[in-house]
Ligand binder design. Structure first.
Ligand code: RB5
Length: 151
């Protein structure tokens, strides 16, 4: 069973709960790192809490929701080994797993509605990384992250 982790800022506790419960109903093991209220908070705190769960191997995939999904994706992508994709269409949500081996999906509660949010997460969690030529390109991203590019 895939272990998932989900987090949000004050823009999305309600949508996060809906997405979390949907994934639990589908049989996934879901860790919720908060936030749980609409009290103003800082999205990098929740991106960081979620990314640590993936970096440690405790969880395989993560979902981050803020107002736009952009701040969460920027913060998440500053973490080693994290490939976060901000998506608001299901084609991109699926392809970022198939081709980019993305391990975090981000989207905006002020951008997508509940129906699309659930379709995005289903497209993301159900798609396997294809590997092959895509592995080489993901390795190139990792090399940039590790400062291994000499050019
Ligand atoms: C919070 O108001 C908002 O800035 C945040 O949720 C997010 O959209 C940032 O990218």
């Amino acid at each position: 069973m895939k272990k998932l982790v989900i987090g949000c800022d004050h823009a999305a506790p309600e949508l996060k709960a809906i997405v979390r419960d949907h994934l639990i109903a589908r049989g996934f093991d879901v860790t919720d790192v908060g936030t749980h209220t609409t009290e103003s908070c800082n999205y990098p705190d929740y991106a960081h809490a979620l990314c640590k769960k993936i970096q440690s191997g405790e969880c395989e995939l993560g979902i981050l929701i803020c107002g736009t999904g952009i701040g969460m994706s920027m913060a998440a992508n500053k973490h080693k080994g994290i490939r976060a994709a901000c998506c608001s269409d299901t084609f991109s949500a699926r392809l970022t797993r198939l081709h980019n081996d993305a391990n975090v999906l981000c989207f905006g509660a002020r951008v997508v509605g509940m129906g699309l949010a659930l379709d995005l997460v289903d497209a993301f969690v159900d798609a396997p990384f294809e590997g092959g030529k895509h592995q080489k390109r993901v390795d190139m991203i990792t090399a940039i992250e590790n400062g291994e590019r000499a050019d």
